[in-house]
Structures are given as C-alpha cells and as structure tokens.
Design a protein around this ligand. Structure first.
Ligand code: NAY
Length: 290
C-alpha cells in the first residue's frame, strides 16, 4: 500500500488521431512523469476528460495506468459520474487494477439534495474496498458544502479530500476537523498557499508537464526554504497564465507534445490548438520549462 500526500499528476488521457484511447503511449508517459519526481497519479479526473468518456473507456484507462506504473507511485482513480451505478462500476475497475484509492466528484447537473449526495458517497464507500477521497469542487457542483464534507470526513472509509477551491480557510478547517485526513490542494496556481494552510499534497493538471517544479516547491516548503518555494510558484504561474489563455487541458496536451509525448488533442467540445496557440506554447516552454 502507498502513502498519501505529495505531488500527484492529474493525468491526461492520451488519444490517437481518431480520439480513441491511446494505450500504447501510457507506459512512456508514466515514466516521463515519474522521472520528474511526482508521487503518483490521479487518473480520469477533470484533466483526464472523464466526462467525455464512457465508463468502459474509463475502466480501460485505469487498467492501462496500473500496468504501466508497476507499483511505482500512489494511484487514485477518479470514478465520479452523475449516476451512482456507473460510479460503482468504475470503482470496481480501480479495485481490480490494484489502485490505492478512489475519488469522486459529487453528482452534478440535477438539483440533487445534500442527503442524496451524501448517500451517493456512502454507497461508494460501502461498495469498494478502497478508501475514498472526496473531490470538493464547489464552483462546479451543487449542494455538497463544508458541513456535508465534514460529515463525510467523519466516516473512516473516507480518508480525505481534493480541495479544488480558492477558499483556503475551508481547507484549514477540514484538516482541523479531521487531522488524519489527507488534504490535496486542487489549484496549481495556489499550491504553495494550500501547503501553507495545511494541505498534505497537491493534485494538478500542470504536474503532467512541470511536475519537477512543483516537486521542488513541495520539498522547499517542507524544508522551510520559503523564498525558494515562492520563486518556484511564481515561475510556474507564468506558465499557468499562458495555459489559461490558451485553454488549460488542450494546452497541457500541447506542452506534453513539445516534450515528446503526443497525447492527441482533447475531445470536442474542447477546441483544437491553432498556429497562434502553438507559438504561445513554444515561446513559453522555451522561456520557463527548460
Ligand atoms: C482534475 O480532476 O484533473 C483536477 O481537478 C486537477 C486540478 C485542476 N483543476 C481543475 C478545475 O481542473 O490543476 C487544476 C487546474 O487545472 C489548474 O490549477 C489550472 O487552473
């Protein structure tokens, strides 16, 4: 079993030119990211374009990553969907593949009540032998507020949260409520802020291609070299500014391609990169990513 915490890459899902799952490239991609020092992978999350895939594809991706990782690094599968039944099915793929934990976004779109959302997580925790990490993304999801999250954290099968929110006060309160919970910071551009407020680690999109910067930041933070940690965050944020301008997920795949890993483009409705985007990415990589 792996420990939790540290810098985890929210892994992209590689596609071929026809947008089918490219399983062949996964071993090389996993090696490339582990070589940057990341502690593991969050598979099939927002970055992994989970909501543009079928449950069957998500299961195949999970299995392919486990085969490629060969026990190196912590593996968390994002199994969230808006249908409890599909979430349980993807969670079975994660347990079968030997993952360390599952994580799930609360069901969205419909106006589900807080009780329904809690019941969804309880059903997941009961159905899987794996520990559960709640994906707190209040900006995109409904009624799973801080009180409901505290209530979920009282369940020993629910071991932590991925906090994708700028509210670091809330992050600190979750950790204070359950000190042994693992709390992952979710916005890369505020990684240092999350760590300063008590996060045990961070899960993020940009760790796919600049994991080395954040691994160095994490180490500097742990060793109390704060000026260095801030300098690394600032350097990363110059890149993230370009990323947001171009489109976070398409640009992430663009940077990976510049590093030699052609993961294809994102599925529609995400846009394709044009010549101007490539110019921006190339200039940014030359300045900040070498
Ligand atoms: C996921 O499931 O892939 C994540 O949530 C990773 C966290 C990312 N947040 C979102 C909303 O996708 O890494 C961040 C984010 O892309 C980054 O901070 C840029 O804003």
């Amino acid at each position: 079993a792996q420990t939790f915490g540290g810098i985890l890459s929210a892994l992209v899902t590689p596609y071929r030119a026809d947008f089918s799952l490219n399983e062949e490239i996964i071993p090389g991609l996993i090696d490339h990211e582990l070589a940057q020092g990341v502690a593991g992978f969050y598979v099939g999350g927002s970055t992994g374009e989970a909501f543009l895939q079928s449950p069957e594809e998500r299961g195949r991706l999970i299995a392919a990553v486990a085969r490629a990782a060969k026990g190196r690094g912590t593996l968390i599968a994002h199994v969230g969907t808006i249908a409890t039944e599909d979430t349980l099915r993807i969670a079975r793929s994660a347990a079968d593949a030997g993952f360390d934990a599952v994580s799930a976004i609360p069901p969205f779109y419909y106006d589900f009540s807080a009780a329904e959302l809690i019941a969804h997580y309880k059903a997941l925790a009961a159905a899987t032998p794996l520990p559960v990490v709640v994906y707190n993304f209040g900006g995109r999801t409904g009624k799973l507020g801080p009180n409901e999250i505290m209530q979920l954290l009282d369940d020993p099968r629910i071991i932590g949260i991925k906090h994708t929110s700028q509210d670091l006060f809330q992050l600190e309160r979750f950790k204070a409520h359950r000190p042994d919970a693992v709390v992952y910071n979710g916005y890369d551009e505020m990684c240092l802020g999350g760590l300063a407020m008590g996060a045990d680690g961070a899960i993020g999109t940009t760790y796919n291609f600049m994991g080395h910067l954040f691994v160095a930041l994490y180490k500097a933070f742990q060793e109390g070299r704060m000026a260095e940690a801030l300098a690394l965050q600032k350097r990363a944020n110059r890149v993230i500014e370009v990323l947001i301008d171009v489109g976070v997920f398409p640009a992430t795949k663009g940077f990976l391609k510049l590093q030699g890993f052609d993961c294809g483009e994102c599925r529609a409705p995400f846009r394709r990169l044009d010549a101007k985007d490539w110019q921006k990415l190339e200039a940014c990589a030359a300045e900040f990513l070498n």
